[in-house]
Design a protein around this ligand. Structure first.
Ligand code: PMP
Length: 312
């Protein structure tokens, strides 16, 4: 295996301190920092697993181009893996994805094809399907929304790591929803280990949200891998709360985080406050999918620059 790909997984888990100072002593919130994957996000895991699965099944052969629709992080992961394994990678993404993400994909040598920004990630999915169907023999399409290997990557790695790193004491697991692979795979593993563990989905509370990488399921194309039986509860989070917690993570915990980390944290705090109101203890683990670098030009951090008087 190429050395860089050996670094995927086994990410650190840290306990939050100041943001959760109002909680009772017997409730802890831990963040699993997926930014420590070599491609910088949680999506390295499924991307690598889907590629390995494609190789094993003989679907990905040397002459094929890797093609997928992606809001960014899967694209970065596929581009990195494509570079390491010498595959051409074509990515369809909404034209309004942040410049940093586009540039990272291009830096790894991927070709970008843009879909209508007004149609969001669904527009990218549809365009990708059209391109694939014109010349299916030319491409390997991991199809992260419908490929069981996406969720399986988490069932085989993210879940066991959390179980191990919490000393088997985890009570609640929280992940935000994009393809839902993280929640499905990790949730399945943890439920198998201990059915009482509560699996919680954190979701944007509106179709017109601004949390990059996430889906509001009711108004989206539902991913084929999405299964409501895997989780116990879904919590809707406003874009404003997600942004607010994202900025606080950087300012108060020293964690430069992506917006979906703020979303997962907002849900974790709601779970923690519910437990506190009932006098219950909790060991809560939230997935922090990526770091903040790719979002520095977005309103989350740019607003603060304005407030500092530096202008944008
Ligand atoms: N956060 C970010 C920043 C993401 O890019 C994604 C994936 N689109 C997620 C969260 C959600 O992960 P999953 O696809 O496993 O649901």
């Amino acid at each position: 295996m190429t050395a860089i790909l050996e670094l995927i997984g086994n990410t650190p888990q840290v306990e939050l301190k100041k943001i959760v100072a109002h909680l009772p002593y017997n409730i802890h919130i831990y963040a699993k920092l997926e930014r420590f994957n070599p491609g910088g996000s949680v999506k390295d895991r499924p991307a690598w697993h889907m590629i390995q699965d494609g190789l094993k099944r003989g679907l990905l052969t040397k002459d094929k181009i890797i093609l997928d629709s992606t809001s960014g992080n899967t694209g970065i992961a596929l581009a990195m893996i494509g570079s390491a394994l010498s595959y051409e990678v074509h990515l369809i993404m909404p034209a309004n994805v942040s410049d940093e993400r586009k540039r990272i994909c291009r830096a790894f040598g991927a070709t970008l094809i843009f879909s209508d920004p007004l149609e969001g990630s669904d527009g990218a999915i549809i365009k990708c399907r059209e391109i694939y169907e014109q010349e299916p023999e030319k491409y390997f399409k991991p199809d992260q929304y419908n490929n069981p290997a996406n969720a399986l990557a988490h069932e085989l790695s993210t879940g066991p790591e959390i179980w191990r790193d919490t000393g088997e004491k985890i009570t609640h697991f929280i992940a935000s929803l994009g393809t839902s692979g993280t929640l499905m795979g990790t949730g399945r593993y943890l439920k198998r280990m201990k059915p009482e563990i509560s699996i919680v989905a954190a979701e944007p509370d509106s179709p017109f949200h601004g949390i990059e990488g996430l889906k509001h399921m009711a108004s989206s194309i539902i991913p084929g891998i999405y299964d409501e039986d895997v989780f116990d509860q879904k919590i809707g989070i406003s874009t404003e709360d997600a942004y607010d917690y994202t900025l606080r993570l950087a300012r108060e915990e020293g964690l430069l985080s992506g917006q979906s980390c703020g979303c997962a944290l907002a849900a974790a705090i709601k779970v923690a406050e519910d437990l506190a109101a009932k006098g219950l203890a909790g060991e809560i683990v939230a997935i922090f999918p990526d770091g903040g670098e790719k979002y520095l030009s977005t309103i989350v951090f740019a607003d603060q620059e304005m407030a500092d008087g530096a202008g944008i």
